[in-house]
Write a protein that binds this ligand. Sequence first.
Ligand SMILES: Nc1ncnc2c1ncn2[C@@H]1O[C@H](COP(=O)(O)OP(=O)(O)OP(=O)(O)O)[C@@H](O)[C@H]1O
Length: 259
Amino acid sequence: MTERYALEARHVTHQFDTAAASPLATDDVTFGVPRGQFLAIVGPSGCGKTTVLNMMAGLIRPTSGEVYRNGQPAVRVDRSVGYMFARPGLMPWRTVSDNIKLGLEFRGVRRRTRAEEADRLLVLVGLANYRDAYPAELSQGMRQRAALARTLALDPEFLLMDEPFGALDAQTKILMQEEFTKVWEGTDKTVVFVTHDVSEAIALADRVLVFTASPGRIKAEIDIGLPRPRHPDSLRFDATYQKYFERIWNELRGEVIVS
Ligand SMILES: Nc1ncnc2c1ncn2[C@@H]1O[C@H](COP(=O)(O)OP(=O)(O)OP(=O)(O)O)[C@@H](O)[C@H]1O
């Protein structure tokens, strides 16, 4: 691997082509994510965060510019990409364990080792006692943990996460951030994490991009120098954390007001 970045967007612009309007979603966005870095993107609603993630995944193509994964244009979704949304999207007719095994099946893990690997992931996300439960029998936070385990079962090189904890209540969200940080810090996965929540971005990420209101451009880029391992649940009381919060919120405030 000689590329400087595992993931890269070079002068990426995306314009949706719809009958009603042709909204410019992103405008000349350029950034790179080194291997193993955790990048967060914050910005007002509608500024093109999901569009950027979809282009990184190879789900949609830029109108101009290019997105690269490991130096290659990201023209399609492949097994290097794990995508996680705010809604867990579990299959209701499959148990938690069987939902996780789905990721293992996709990865081509042999049937014999799937159960063992699913059990390991269930322990990792704190659902060991719910392996045979169905999604409807779980709380929202537990479902999202199961979705995280299913994504991790794919063992993706890139984790693209679109408000993955956005639908959770405040307490569960902090617990999930805590667990996810612990899991991620034990890997070398490259993460792009979209969120509205400035505190979440600072607690989790190595670097935060602040987007302008629509069309999304990069307004600021802030390295988060908080040491690891991190504990999102106690970080909020840290003076350095609060300085980052003030800085990022000052960048974001004007954009939220104009959007
Ligand atoms: N499929 C689509 N067709 C047409 N326009 C779209 C489509 N998807 C998104 N857009 C438009 O592109 C712009 C960016 O949308 P996008 O969902 O990327 O923003 P976002 O920052 O993720 O928003 P939010 O934070 O509210 O989820 C918006 O103006 C939106 O209306």
